[in-house]
Design a protein around this ligand. Structure first.
Ligand SMILES: Cc1cc2nc3c(=O)[nH]c(=O)nc-3n(C[C@H](O)[C@H](O)[C@H](O)COP(=O)(O)O)c2cc1C
Length: 159
């Protein structure tokens, strides 16, 4: 837990966006981990309804699509600069390049869009491995593209 949120009960808000659910699942795991430490009140909110008021630590994460975090998450950070400026902040992304590419490279490649807009004290940056089930993609053209991609076949769940 970062400095400044120890001592009395810390109020932690985990904010996420997702297209297919894996980032929501990871947000919930982060919440469980935080809650298990005790003296922590934890909430999880989708970015569309998130309100950081009243929280000490804001953890915010996005999946990576086409090499970028979702605009909803970037826009939230940009639009809430003033409200986040006195808070501790942690950033995370969820992607399938995790494990295949060094973490420092993934932070540089995928977290920078979040970092440039993140006001407040950025205490932690994390990259998590995501999941992709091509059968569940809503875009048939993208399904075909990924099935034909040898990269996808080797690192993504392609059935
Ligand atoms: C169209 C598409 C583009 C993607 N682009 C990337 C990418 O550029 N880099 C990467 O590491 N993962 C990429 N992914 C994988 C997603 O980041 C991964 O499946 C993630 O778990 C999705 O999160 P969600 O379930 O919360 O939407 C892509 C997935 C799809 C479907």
């Amino acid at each position: 837990m970062p400095d400044g949120v120890t001592g009395s009960t810390a109020r932690v808000l985990i904010i996420y966006d997702t297209r297919y659910g894996s980032t929501k699942t990871i947000a919930e795991w982060i919440a469980e981990g935080a809650a298990s430490r005790g003296h922590v009140d934890v909430a999880v909110q989708n970015v569309a309804e998130a309100d950081p008021c009243g929280f000490d630590l804001i953890v915010i994460g996005s999946p990576i699509y086409e090499e970028h975090p979702l605009p909803s998450v970037v826009n939230f950070l940009a639009a809430n600069r003033d409200r986040l400026s006195d808070k501790d902040v942690a950033l995370f992304v969820v992607c399938v390049d995790y494990g295949a590419v060094p973490k420092e490279e993934l932070v540089h490649r995928y977290v920078e869009d979040l970092q440039v807009h993140a006001a407040g004290r950025v205490r932690a940056i994390e990259v998590f491995g995501g999941y992709l089930d091509v059968d569940k993609l809503s875009d048939p053209a993208k399904q075909t593209e990924l099935r034909l991609s040898s990269d996808a076949a080797s690192i993504w769940k392609v059935s």
